[in-house]
Design a protein around this ligand. Structure first.
Ligand code: GDP
Ligand code: MG
Length: 457
């Protein structure tokens, strides 16, 4: 192969949607390898992601050959393992998305739900291309499953009643999507990929439609991802999680979406108390399964290449912020400038803060979730007085007490997936500041509006 071909990188895929639509189950099913046939095909578990080399995708999409032409230009597909808003919104770079394609899962029996709308908003804000997996088709009355079959092939074998119920439900969901401003079409009837969202009927239980889904992900990324994006160039990386690991101290789990990372690289990232500059001590990937008898859980890499998930060990990572970018200092780079740059990710969000000093206090676990929450509150016209990251302490609650006299219904902390310090909790209770903590945005919103209504009664 030519050198440029070797430099193609894999697209990155995320999955999101309402709770219980089958996101986890779909991921499990996609990851499942044909063990009997010995066709693991090199699917590898990475840090926070699963990597499908192109050969594995070929095997899993064989049943599509009778319906569609197939292109296999990219080296593989990287699927992020944690479903939901959280990982999607953390895969960000200055408001745009590092996720090249997303799967929005909708339960065919339930249609559009609250988090479906939130997901649509996120996808739209970040301009991320996506497909809809219309999941649980096996629950249509009288469905006759053919495990792992391509949708058209299994559908054609269904009875009239099933076909009718499918058509009715599909139509209702298309109408509901249109109400959200989205034109949609069954993917094999979609003649305008730029304007219409493609719908893939799936079952995460029987595996039906999974070949279609994988085929479509490759088709869309290869046809619609700009060539620029597909080639390895500058480094683009985001921190998904900050974790303490025995023997390594505090580490960061990073999705490297472009370029290379090397042991000894000097890196710059956003920290809770200011920019962090440190040096990569180790680049860790999980030990392949068959090697588990070896002592260490991790393989040390001198160098890793996008796209992949990797654990980075370095000093001073304790205050690293999830969802922040990771920059590598090159020979000609100005380190000071880069330090400002990474902190901009956080300070940029301060624009959402109401300068009149009136509003609620918002605290989130990651930059991505903070951003998503702020976007949501803006849409709901809820003013925000102050923002923060990480656990809630007394000093954070103190900010909210400022509203007690001005507008009691706003003397509130809206917290997304964070720990609340015991002392902070007591203090809030004492002062009459209400703390809401949830890991689903609309739950926070519902609890907050119910509280406001009660106060105003
Ligand atoms: P998540 O909250 O979106 O991750 O949903 P889960 O993957 O945890 O699935 C929620 C429930 O729906 C579980 O009981 C799954 O077994 C079930 N489920 C998921 N996908 C399907 C499907 O395609 N068909 C059927 N019948 N059940 C499904
Ligand atoms: Mg789940």
């Amino acid at each position: 192969s030519t050198p440029s071909e070797k430099d193609l990188r894999s697209p990155i895929c995320c999955i999101l949607g309402h709770v219980d639509t089958g996101k986890t189950k779909l991921l499990d099913k996609i990851r499942q390898t044909n063990v009997q046939g010995g066709e693991a095909g090199g699917i590898t578990q990475q840090i926070g992601a699963t990597y499908f080399p192109i050969d594995a995708v070929k095997t899993k999409t064989k049943s599509m050959a009778q319906f569609e032409k197939q292109i296999f230009d990219v080296p593989g597909l990287l699927v992020i393992d944690t479903p939901g808003h959280e990982s999607f919104s953390n895969l960000r770079s200055r408001g745009s998305s590092l996720c090249n394609i997303a799967i929005l899962v909708i339960d065919i029996m339930h249609g559009l739900e609250q988090q479906t709308m939130e997901s649509i908003r996120l996808l739209r804000d970040r301009k991320a291309p996506f497909v809809v997996a219309l999941n649980k088709i096996d629950r249509l009355y009288d469905w006759e499953p053919t495990p792992n079959d391509a949708f058209r092939s299994t559908f054609q074998k269904q009875g009239r009643g099933v076909k009718q119920e499918f058509a009715t439900r599909l139509e209702a969901i298309k109408v509901a999507l249109a109400e959200q401003g989205l034109n949609s079409e069954l993917y094999f009837e979609n003649k305008n990929l730029a304007k219409y969202v493609s719908i893939v009927p799936t079952s995460a239980v029987t595996g039906e439609g999974i070949p279609d889904l994988l085929w479509l992900l490759l088709e869309l990324t290869q046809k619609r991802m700009s060539k620029q994006l597909m080639y390895l160039s500058h480094v683009a990386a985001t921190i998904l999680e900050v974790k303490v690991v025995e023997g390594f101290g505090t580490t960061i789990d990073v999705i490297l979406s472009n370029g290379y990372l090397r042991e000894g690289d000097r890196i710059v990232l956003c920290g809770l108390n200011g920019p962090i500059v440190t040096t990569i001590r180790a680049l860790l990937t999980p030990q392949p399964l068959r090697e588990l008898r070896l002592k260490s859980e991790y393989v040390h890499n001198k160098e890793v290449k996008a796209a992949l998930g990797v654990k980075v060990a370095a000093n001073d990572l304790e205050k690293a912020v999830s969802g922040s970018r990771l920059l590598v200092v090159g020979p000609d780079d100005d380190e000071e400038e880069m330090m400002d740059d990474v902190m901009d990710d956080l300070t940029g969000l301060l624009d959402s803060v109401d300068t009149s000093g009136r509003g609620v206090v918002v605290q989130a676990s990651t930059l991505g979730s903070l951003e998503a929450l702020l976007d949501f509150l803006k849409d709901m016209k809820i003013p925000v007085m102050s923002i923060g990251l990480g656990p809630v302490y007394k000093r954070d609650v103190m900010k909210a007490t400022a509203m007690l006299d001005k507008a009691k219904e706003l003397a509130v902390m809206l917290c997304f997936d964070v720990k609340i310090d015991r002392e902070a909790e007591h203090y809030a209770e004492e002062q009459g500041v209400k703390i809401f903590n949830a890991d689903i945005i609309y739950h926070l919103f519902d609890a907050f509006t119910a509280y406001q209504e009660k106060l105003l009664e």
